[in-house]
Design a protein around this ligand. Structure first.
Ligand SMILES: NC(=O)N[C@@H](CC(=O)O)C(=O)O
Ligand SMILES: [Zn+2]
Ligand SMILES: [Zn+2]
Length: 441
């Protein structure tokens, strides 16, 4: 491909180094080799980035790639191609596959699939418990030695407090963060959406906000008691944000993430805009889309740095998983290819500062899982070190069309929605891996 690439005249935003200026970026010999004004390079291919933002490749702490075991929903090849198009050059893969990476040999087989098929950098997350069943600990030491970047039973919260305490203690010893889906399922009966006025109107069983807050509070106390690093996956409620703020004020090593879906949408998306309720199964996600007050609290928490990262929770499903009654539909939203658009649309609306958005997509997540220990350039644009770059056109308007996505998961409630801000080019390992045809935005 192109050996030398000169990205000219973009707004270079590198929150890790406090850089925000209109500069050129030279990519050569597989790395970002120079950042400065009026760079020249003989024989370089020039990418005119005027009006664009040039940032470190995005880092996703939370995605479901589905392989092995659920290839009808997605494969490592299809979902990492979707990640690439979405600007995500590093993706941490959740372990709810079949088999699940709960021991060294399964992890090794998944790493082998990654080596053969992944289009972006993939770091596996290992299970907390054997088969994610919540009964006994997985082979945590083997998983750590095999290279997982975190531990999680995402989708299946660790219910038993004693097991969770042991898991955190061991994770702490192994130097791994534990990413927890904080819910108390015992508090509701098959809740399918947020519990509140909308669930009542639609006659659907709800998940109360307290089910999240209770689990967040318990896990923060267990993190404090064990000294382990706790990462709270996809926070959705105002109360959870307050609890994390308090934990950080106590100096605890607690971090958290928010999804673009929960920043952009509310429970109203389940009912739709029309006079009749839509029961849109594509808006069914766990934890659920919440109230407008919660959404605003998430945006405030992100601005204040209480929320460290925007993580997609990209969750592709097959058509038949969603084409059923609302209560029977699978939870999850496919969003690698809409995430940047939703985040930049929030910036255009004045709901989120662009600098904060970029930090939450790059340096923030890299710090949560200490990813620069795995590869020093991740989440930053450091000459001689960093290898992944994304170019974003923040003014490009486009319409979400999941039919055109690389992801097998067409399950988005945003189909037909107009968004502002699109990924234009993605460089991984110093190579231009994807470029959007200008006509397509
Ligand atoms: N978020 C979801 O609604 N679904 C996820 C599981 C999860 O993140 O809990 C999935 O794997 O489909
Ligand atoms: Zn989850
Ligand atoms: Zn998830």
């Amino acid at each position: 491909m192109n050996d030398i690439l000169l990205i000219r005249g973009g707004r270079v935003l590198d929150p890790a180094r406090g850089l925000d200026a209109v500069l050129d970026v030279l990519v050569a010999d597989g790395v970002v080799s120079a950042i400065g004004p009026a760079l020249e390079a003989a024989g370089a291919r020039v990418l005119d980035a005027g009006g664009c933002i040039v940032a470190p490749g995005f880092v996703d702490l939370h995605a479901h790639l589905r392989e092995p075991g659920f290839e009808q929903k997605g494969t490592i090849a299809t979902e990492t191609e979707a990640a690439l198009r979405g600007g995500f050059t590093t993706v941490c893969a959740m372990p709810n596959t079949r088999p699940a990476p709960d021991c060294g040999p399964v992890l090794e087989s998944i790493l082998d699939l990654v080596r053969r098929h992944a289009r972006v950098r993939v770091f596996p997350i290992g299970c907390v418990t054997r088969e994610r069943a919540g009964r006994e600990l997985a082979e945590l030491a083997e998983l750590a030695a095999g290279g997982v970047v975190a531990l999680s039973d995402d989708g299946s919260p660790v219910a038993d407090p004693r097991l969770m305490r042991n898991a955190l203690a061991l994770a702490g010893t192994l130097g791994l963060p534990l990413s927890e889906h904080c819910d108390t399922p015992e508090m509701h009966t098959n809740g399918a959406m947020n519990e509140g006025a909308v669930s009542e109107r639609l006659g659907l069983p709800g998940q109360p906000a307290a089910a999240e807050a209770t689990a967040v509070a318990r896990n923060i106390e267990l993190a404090a008691a064990t000294g382990a690093r706790l990462h709270i996956a996809h926070v959705t409620t105002a109360r959870a944000v307050e609890l994390v703020a308090e934990a950080k004020a106590r100096g605890l090593p607690v971090t958290c993430e928010v999804t673009p879906s929960h920043l952009f949408l509310t429970e109203a998306a389940v009912a739709g805009d029309g006079p009749e309720p839509a029961y849109d199964t594509n808006a069914k996600i766990n934890p659920p889309l919440r109230t407008e007050a919660d959404r605003r609290a998430l945006l405030r928490g992100l601005e204040a740095g209480v929320i460290d990262a925007i993580a997609t929770d990209h969750a592709p499903h097959a058509v038949e998983d969603k084409l059923v009654e609302f209560e029977d539909a699978a939870f999850g939203i496919s969003c690698f290819e809409s995430a940047a658009g939703t985040v930049f649309t929030l910036a255009v609306r004045g709901e989120l500062r662009i600098e904060r958005a970029i930090a939450a997509l790059t340096s923030g997540p890299a710090a949560c899982f200490e990813l620069t220990r795995r590869a020093p350039g991740i989440g930053r644009l450091e000459p001689g070190v960093s290898r992944d770059v994304v170019v974003i056109d923040p003014a490009a308007e486009w319409v979400v069309d999941p039919g055109a996505w690389a992801s097998k998961g067409k399950n988005t409630p945003l189909g037909g929605r107009r968004l502002t801000g699109a990924v234009r080019a993605v460089i991984i390992d110093g190579t231009l891996r994807w470029e959007r045809e200008v006509a397509s935005v």
